[in-house]
Ligand binder design. Structure first.
Ligand SMILES: *Cc1c(COP(=O)(O)O)cnc(C)c1O
Length: 356
């Protein structure tokens, strides 16, 4: 691999972040969410480091089967349930736990020929209006499922739209309580934000995703600095060219940056085809040999330009961190008007990944 662009996945940070989750929710079991190929980190690369978890949650069958084939024997939860009645054969064969959010799924479960009952998560619409039964219809769905021989253990599940907000659970928890009224049911409600900031919502199983990878579930409300979470993914490259600008010189496509004075800049071998956000504006942080500096002008497909004024010692071959320990992925995301989730999920297939 001669192009100097690459990502590393830090196994120790994964183990540490799972321990942070355990500390935050000491009385709950943990579904480690590894959907979207473990948020871009690669399921096959990360699951061993998270093997202390109680279960893995994801949403496509291929990823579930991969985990089983690699030897994971404990629970796997399909967060969106099954997409077609036919999928029940695989759910049965690979012993997956499925969420159920719609009546057609109940009917499909009633009709299926299974070798043994399947465990079910009954999904309630907490007010987000994405998947799930409205609270007032939850009891009927629950009772119907309870009566099916194909259904094993049942858990009530909901998801929060605004758990980073200190007040964000007030209404959703009322809806969950309404759905659960009179049911003696285990519950799984909490994503990362609720795992960190709403202990009253922990119950039997928490479902953290983003914090396992060391990034923030919160855009504006909360800071994760005090949590001790560690970044798992580092994206780095090197300086492959240098330009010496004079006042007024333009930089990159559309000349979106102009030097105000004489300025030395570096050309970095990383661009949007590697997963770096094209919308990152001038001023997005990067780190060169540990010194913080910034992008200049438009991000190209394969390269970007950065300011070397704060780091006069830097030259061709200097190490550049795009995100990781020196530059938080959340800071890059914020500059680009998105969230850390999107950046890590978008790491491009062409970027070689090393597990450390
Ligand atoms: C993605 C997802 C999670 C994890 O969310 P994070 O914000 O990454 O912790 C939990 N539950 C469901 C249903 C999800 O879809």
């Amino acid at each position: 691999m001669s192009r100097p662009t690459g990502a590393t996945i830090n196994q120790q940070a994964l183990r540490h972040n799972l321990a942070v989750v355990r500390q935050a929710a000491p009385h709950s079991r943990v579904w480690s969410v590894v959907k979207a190929n473990a948020y871009g980190h690669g399921i096959a690369r990360v699951w061993h480091s998270l093997a202390e978890t109680d279960g893995f949650a994801l949403l496509n069958m291929e990823e579930a089967i991969l985990l089983r084939e690699q030897g994971w024997k404990k629970p796997i939860l399909l967060l969106e349930g099954f997409f077609h009645a036919d999928d029940l054969a695989l759910i049965d064969r690979y012993r997956l736990t499925t969420s159920v959010h719609s009546n057609w799924q109940i009917q499909a479960l009633a009709k299926a020929q299974l070798s043994a009952p399947v465990d079910v998560y009954v999904k309630i619409n907490s007010g987000m209006n994405r998947l799930g039964f409205r609270p007032e219809l939850a009891q009927a769905a629950w009772q119907k499922l309870r009566s099916l021989l194909n259904v094993g253990e049942m858990t009530l599940m909901a998801h929060f739209a605004d758990a980073e907000n200190p007040q964000g659970l007030v209404e959703p928890m009322k809806r969950v309580a309404l759905a659960a009224e009179g049911l003696d049911c285990p519950r799984s409600l909490s994503n990362s934000a609720a795992t960190l900031w709403h202990p009253q919502a922990h119950f039997d199983w928490v479902r953290p995703g983003i914090i396992l990878y060391g990034a923030s579930p919160s855009g504006d409300w909360q800071d994760i600095a005090s949590t001790g979470l560690q970044p798992v993914m580092t994206l780095s490259s090197e300086i492959i060219g240098i330009q010496q600008l004079s006042a007024g010189d333009g930089v990159g496509y559309g000349y979106r940056y102009h030097a105000g004075a004489s300025q030395r800049i570096g050309i970095v071998a990383c661009g949007y085809a590697d997963g770096y956000p094209r919308h990152a504006p001038t001023g997005t942080p990067v780190s060169v040999d540990g010194i913080r500096t910034q992008t200049l002008g438009a991000i190209s497909m394969d390269m970007m330009m950065i300011d070397l004024e704060p780091c006069p010692q830097a030259g061709i071959g200097s190490k550049v961190e795009l995100w990781g320990n020196a530059v938080k992925i959340d800071d890059v995301a914020k500059a680009a008007g998105t969230v850390g989730y999107e950046l890590m999920c978008a790491l491009a297939p062409r970027v070689p990944v090393e597990v450390i």
